[in-house]
Design a protein around this ligand. Structure first.
Ligand SMILES: NC(=O)c1ccc[n+]([C@@H]2O[C@H](COP(=O)([O-])OP(=O)(O)OC[C@H]3O[C@@H](n4cnc5c(N)ncnc54)[C@H](OP(=O)(O)O)[C@@H]3O)[C@@H](O)[C@H]2O)c1
Length: 331
């Protein structure tokens, strides 16, 4: 099969594309003919070697996939050949990834793809959808009518947080870097959309919440500002952090605890399969009901895998601002 792979960590140029043996499914595995994969920042960190993971040789990158079941192992009970499936949590923790024509995935990490949803959308929404869901519901226990703030409303995670908050009956304040991105967030029902380059975010939040602050602050940026955020959370507010491995910001202890605030951190790949499946079931329901749409900013072929990494790197790490939504790779 054609696959993108690398043997040593480094820049995007370490990624090669060539022929590798098509994998054979183990007893609990499903062989998926990949229709689409998507790129996430964690793929960049693993490839660069800044996040250390055991890497099979050669290593196929990519966490997310969607496609069609080609064959199943003897003990697989939830899927059969011909089923359309999506999943995440590959290309991590020693598991091979999804940038290939075929991938063997344990059935625990797969979910049925709703009928009208394309492979590209299902793959693009996988890791970011599960991440948004864990933060909003497992961590912050979001309730209907609560107000959520999230930076980057058209970003991978941000776009999911915006739409899931609305699907759950909440209100959402978000930020973007352009008027086009603001329009997209409004089309998903965002209640207040701010431009992080030009608007006074703190003043606008205070105004929108009549000085009370938000219930949930979902931080997607790698350098959280706890001093500012603690001031913008209302009593019993919850803050979710999930980015910025190197960040060591100042933490305002007194202002935090006297407001009865809570802080949650998580990495989605630590969540066991049953927890991720709870997220996937909601994601599938919302996709089917068209309450959740997955923005796809750019699509690359498998042969362009290195270019796909370069493009996401320019945006997520170097803030080029040229991406609206997700980067997809099609084998
Ligand atoms: N812990 C976990 O399990 C987990 C899971 C997924 C992701 N992550 C991490 O979460 C972070 C976001 O991931 P992602 O996939 O959503 O990345 P992404 O798609 O690149 O989104 C980044 C967003 O940040 C926005 N942004 C850039 N500069 C900003 C600024 N100064 N102020 C406010 N917003 C700004 C961008 O907005 P514009 O496009 O409008 O400029 C964009 O929407 C990454 O660091 C990733 O590693 C962690």
């Amino acid at each position: 099969m054609r696959a993108a792979f690398y043997r040593t960590t480094g820049g995007p140029e370490v990624i090669q594309v060539g022929d590798l043996p098509t994998p054979t499914p183990g007893p609990t595995e499903v062989l998926v003919r990949v229709g689409a994969a998507s790129v996430n920042p964690i793929d960049l960190y693993i490839r660069a070697g800044t996040v250390s993971m055991p890497l099979p040789q050669p290593f196929i990158p990519g966490c997310d996939l969607a496609g069609t079941v080609e064959a199943v192992g003897a003990d697989v009970v939830r899927f059969q050949p011909g089923d359309r499936v999506w999943g995440s949590n590959q290309g991590l923790l020693g598991r091979q990834g999804t940038f290939a024509e075929y991938a063997c995935v344990d059935e625990d990490w797969l979910y049925p793809t709703p009928a009208h949803v394309s492979d590209a959308e299902a793959a693009a929404g996988a890791l970011v959808g599960i991440t948004a869901h864990i933060g909003l519901f497992r961590c912050a226990r979001l309730q209907a009518d609560e107000i959520v703030f999230v930076h980057g409303g058209t970003g991978g995670v941000g776009s999911m947080v915006v739409q899931m908050t609305k699907a759950a009956g909440g209100k959402v304040i978000t930020t973007v870097g352009s008027a086009e991105k603001a329009d997209l967030c409004r089309s998903w029902g965002a209640d207040l959309v701010l431009n992080y380059k030009t608007d006074d975010i703190a003043a606008a939040i205070r105004d929108f919440t009549q000085g009370e602050g938000v219930h949930v602050w979902y931080e997607t940026q790698r350098e959280p500002d706890f001093v500012s955020t603690v001031g913008l959370l209302r009593r019993r507010g919850r803050m979710v952090i999930m980015a910025g491995r190197q960040a060591q910001p100042i933490f305002p202890v007194g202002p935090f605890y006297v407001k009865d605030l809570s802080l949650f951190g998580f990495a989605m790949f630590n969540a066991p399969p049953l927890e991720q499946r709870i997220c996937a079931e909601d994601i599938n329901r919302w996709l089917s009901e068209k309450k959740l749409k997955v923005p796809i900013g750019k699509t690359f072929s498998l042969a362009e895998a290195a270019e796909a990494h370069r493009f996401l790197e320019a945006n997520t790490l170097h803030k080029a601002g040229t991406l609206i939504g997700k980067v997809v790779v099609v084998p």
